[in-house]
Write a protein that binds this ligand. Structure first.
Ligand SMILES: [Zn+2]
Length: 404
């Protein structure tokens, strides 16, 4: 509740690293609190990343593990002046938020609430998001660190703590120094429902289509002018309508999604995002899009186009499958915390997908956060405690499994 009162909203338009200076306020506080726990190397770097090491307390050779969360909150709703409210022993009814009478949490709109009767819940007050995404993960890692530092009988290898800025704007790993971090395997705490474990994300590419028309004075354009905006419109109208779009897919299906159009008669740019769980599937969707573009362009021989594909991130499962113990031990830790394990696929990306491909295999653990990026964001204190337990069990399991 203390951490969410520091505004750490990131800004996709800023262009600086971190995107907002205010994120450093929380990062600095976290580094100081880790120091106060006796974690001597805890510090924040110039980019706003916090690094810290809980030293190994076992003679065994245990791989160094990283636990990672992001300090920033999403630009989707205000993060200024967050007033967290603790609702003790939830009774199953509606929860009105005091600062805006239109903001009411109900079990009908938030089905997970039905599982939380008797829990202590935290919400915001109605005018801001809560910021449980991802300060829940931050708080849980801080609590687990405190537990490990004060309970030396729990044996573990080196535990690396990493707090990142700018995850919400896709820049969370932009300036991370994995060499310095020195971990072999990692876990992000950035998931939802208690017990959930995410080991699979989309693979993602961006496609930029630039259409070059032919421009003349419109009064004397007969037979000469080719309008790039109109070609762009024709291409958009030719995209699949009943499939392969975000609005027509779920589960394991991918999509082609135009996200931005910018044009003048002479030149029209369309940005697409392409998503699929299988990297080959991305290629197929890109080929399909290119085919549509070719078909339309054939009707406009004087116009030309550029088709630029940029890799965004890849399904972390491709990496995690090479290190099955990372997910297997996570399942075991969740089960030891008394929860049912729910393995899930993320229809999006996480810092974990990027970290996995940068050399730190990194599935995503639950934190308890719900209704994220909204004014109705909430979290159960009991779920948060389960996440802390899971982290502590994970540290212990890696030590148990290491050869003596
Ligand atoms: Zn998050």
């Amino acid at each position: 509740m203390r951490y969410v009162q520091t505004d750490t909203q990131s800004d996709p338009l800023s262009g600086t690293h971190p995107s907002t200076e205010k994120q450093k306020t929380l990062s600095q506080l976290l580094a100081a609190e880790l120091q106060a726990m006796g974690i001597n190397d805890a510090h924040m770097d110039a980019w706003g990343y916090v690094y810290a090491t809980i030293p190994s307390n076992t003679p065994k050779a245990v791989p160094a593990l990283c636990f990672c969360s992001h300090v920033d909150t999403a630009p989707d709703a205000s993060g200024t002046g967050v007033k967290p409210i603790l609702h003790k022993a939830y009774n199953g009814g509606a929860i009105p938020l005091p600062d805006d009478p239109t903001q009411v949490l109900t079990p009908d709109t938030h089905g997970y609430l039905k599982k939380l009767i008797g829990h202590d819940l935290i919400t915001a007050s109605g005018t801001t998001l809560l910021g449980a995404d991802d300060k829940a993960g931050v708080a849980e890692i801080m609590d687990a660190a405190h537990f490990l530092m004060t309970h030396p009988h729990v044996k573990h290898g080196a535990i690396k703590i990493l707090f990142t800025p700018d995850e919400e704007i896709g820049q969370g790993t932009a300036n991370v120094d994995l060499q310095k971090l020195g971990a072999q395997f990692g876990y992000t705490l950035d998931g939802g429902e208690a017990g959930s474990l995410e080991d699979e994300t989309f693979s993602a590419d961006a496609v930029q289509l630039i259409i070059h028309g032919v421009i003349t004075h419109p009064g004397y354009a007969k037979g000469l002018l080719v309008n790039a905006i109109k070609i762009g419109g024709q291409i958009l109208a030719s995209l699949p309508k009943s499939e392969m779009s975000p609005e027509t897919t779920d589960g394991m299906q991918g999509f082609i999604h135009p996200v931005r159009v910018d044009g003048i008669a002479e030149r029209c740019t369309i940005d697409f995002i392409i998503r699929d769980f299988v990297t080959e599937g991305l290629k197929k969707k890109e080929d399909l899009l290119r085919g549509i573009v070719d078909l339309v362009m054939e009707q406009h021989p004087k116009a030309s186009y550029e088709f630029r594909v940029t890799e965004q991130y890849r399904n972390m499962k491709e990496v995690l499958d090479q290190h099955p113990q990372v997910v297997q031990y996570a399942r075991e830790a969740i089960a030891r915390s008394g929860l049912e394990v729910k393995t899930e696929s993320i229809r999006g990306g996480t810092d974990g997908s990027r970290l996995s491909f940068m050399g730190l295999p990194c599935p995503n653990l639950f934190t308890g956060m719900q209704a994220i990026h909204s004014k109705q964001e909430y979290i159960s204190v009991q779920d948060m405690n389960k996440a802390v337990e899971t982290v502590v069990h994970l540290a212990a399991i890696w030590e148990e499994k290491a050869p003596a």
